[in-house]
Structures are given as C-alpha cells and as structure tokens.
Design a protein around this ligand. Structure first.
Ligand code: AKB
Length: 316
C-alpha cells in the first residue's frame, strides 16, 4: 500500500516543520496535515481534526487510506498548569483515540512525542538515564508518562509499531513560543533581533536540555525510518542536542549583539524547571537507531538570528 501520513497537530512548533520535511521526502500528495484549526500558511492537503473526536480521526484515516500517524497535539508544561484536568483530558484522550484508530485500521507506524517533563525529583539531574525513575511534577509530565506506557501497552498487546522520543526544549524560528517552560530560549532570540531587553522567567543558572528544531525533526523521521528490530525501547527514547542556562545563551547572543540586555524575574516556571534534568543521557538512542545531534549553541544562535532577522525584515 502507498504511504499516506497523517500529522495531527500540524500547526504547532514541531508539526509545522515536520510536515514540510515529510512533504519534501514523500511528496505533498502523501501528507495529510491536520489541526484543530486551518492555518494561514497551509501548503498541501489539510483537514481540520479535533483529536478528542475519534470519529473525525477515523473519517480522515479512511478517506486518505492513512498508513502512518504522527500525533503531535498536546498542551505543554506551563500552559497545562492553568487547567490541570482540562490538560489531562486533551493530552490523554487524543492519544488514546489515536491508539484505538491505529489498532482498528492496522496503521503501520505511529509516532508519539514525549518530553523531558516525564522526569521529576526521583531521577538524577545530570546526565539523566533513559530508564530513570519517573515522578513528574506537572500534569503535562504525568500525561506524557501515561502516554509512554500506553504506547508500550499497545505495542505488547496488539503489536502496534509505535515509536517515541522524549523531546528536550525545542528551539526554532518558524513559530512563536507556545506555553512551554523551555520557550524562553526561543523568545530570547526574538528580543535580541528586535534590540529589546529580555526578561527571563527562569534564574540565570537554570540549565536545561535543549535541541534545535532541525535536529528534532531529523530525529523524528530517523526513528520512524529505523528498522523495527532496532527499536528496543517501546516507552520512549531520551534525546538531547545540548544543555545550557539562560546566562550561557545570553552570553552567546552578546557575541553578535554586544549590547543585548537581560534581567531575571523567576516565576512559577522556575518551579517546573527545578524538577527537570539539567542534561540528558541519550546513549540508548545513539546505540539503537544512530541518533546524533548536529547543532551546538553557537550554530543554533547563528541560525536563529539569521532567520529571525530575515523574517522581521520582510514584515517591515
Ligand atoms: C515544555 O517546556 O513544556 C516543552 C517540553 C520540554 O516538553 N518544551
């Protein structure tokens, strides 16, 4: 059967860039982008899907004879704390709907995005191993632990081929920050390019694991294309690009904008970050399916500033 890929949550930070990468790889006619709302810059096939509605997912899967699903819709850590039960309902219900549809229609492969938010106080903060104890402190983190375990359950019980990555904070220029604790590391570049002072909601020494969007999207496609027998972890794989603190990113930005100003006003997001790893051990992903990051803080900064400058110049 021809490959037909459904991307749920295609308007989000990863969804946007992943949809484009999949279109380039498989052809526009094979990728069905979907989200709760149609986006302005939709380019290719797009279907409005509210993923809490299982019948709507089924309809699209049947209409396009879908063979793979990437399920990216979720409410992130900081936003999730505003409405814990609503977040639980959306994050978990949409995932269970996707799993059920995948089971009923024999979907060949499914991608599930987990997060470093699955870790809490029970895990080592430095070089956190893949199989560390999981006791998350946010509803988002709890929903991701739950989602990983459902993924493994559907794999064992029904033989579904589900693959998953625990994303660290993702840095990209294609979308504005969307409710995450790591999003300061996107916002900071916008302020630098606009020559504005940046007020950081984390303390200057709060190191967190991060990854550039190109590396995150490449990892996603690589794990999905790896031979099934090389996927040994059926909950989720740790991956990391680099780890840095607000102070370190600010000092890298000052290499290009020497007058860049930053101050620190930690808020509730500091408490979220306190529970998360400072750095991640991704040796299992490296060993099992060949994961290798390409971007360091220097190349991320250089790319972010170049791309954002071009975007802002176009809107002037
Ligand atoms: C967030 O900050 O909530 C996300 C994540 C680490 O999953 N970027």
């Amino acid at each position: 059967m021809d490959t037909a890929i459904l991307v749920i949550g295609a308007n989000g930070q990863v969804g946007k860039v992943l949809t484009k990468a999949l279109q380039d790889k498989y052809g526009k006619e094979r990728i069905i982008a979907s989200d709760i709302r149609k986006s302005e810059d939709t380019n290719g096939i797009f279907e409005v899907i509210d993923a809490t509605d299982i019948d709507r997912i089924k309809e699209v899967v049947v209409q396009y004879k879908v063979t793979q699903i990437y399920h990216l819709a979720a409410i992130l850590s900081a936003k999730g704390e505003e409405n814990p039960l609503g977040t639980w309902n959306i994050n978990v219900k949409t995932w269970l709907n996707v799993l059920e549809v995948a089971r009923i229609y024999n979907i060949e492969k499914v991608f599930y995005p987990s997060s470093i938010a699955v870790f809490g106080n029970g895990a080592p903060r430095n070089n956190t191993p893949n199989n560390a104890y999981l006791d998350p402190a946010t509803v988002y983190g709890i929903s991701k632990v739950d989602g990983e375990n459902w993924a493994q359950y559907y794999h064992i019980k029904y033989g579904l081929d589900i693959r998953s990555i625990r994303y660290p904070g993702i840095i990209g220029y294609q979308s504005l920050p969307g409710g995450g604790t790591t999003d300061y590391a996107v916002d900071i570049y916008h302020k630098a390019v606009l020559n504005e002072r940046f007020t950081c909601f984390l303390r200057e020494d709060t190191a967190l694991p991060m990854i550039f969007i190109d590396d995150a999207v490449r990892a996603t496609i690589e794990i999905m294309e790896a031979p099934a027998e090389s996927i040994k972890v059926r909950t989720s794989y740790n991956i990391e690009g680099i780890s840095f603190s607000p102070k370190e990113i600010a000092s890298e930005i000052r290499e290009l904008y020497p007058d860049f100003k930053i101050d620190y006003k930690p808020d509730f997001r500091q408490d979220i970050a306190e529970y998360w790893p400072k750095s991640i051990d991704d040796s299992e992903a490296k060993m099992d399916w060949g994961w290798q990051p390409k971007y360091d803080l220097y190349s991320i900064t250089e790319t972010m500033i170049r791309e954002l400058k071009a975007q802002y110049e176009m809107t002037i």
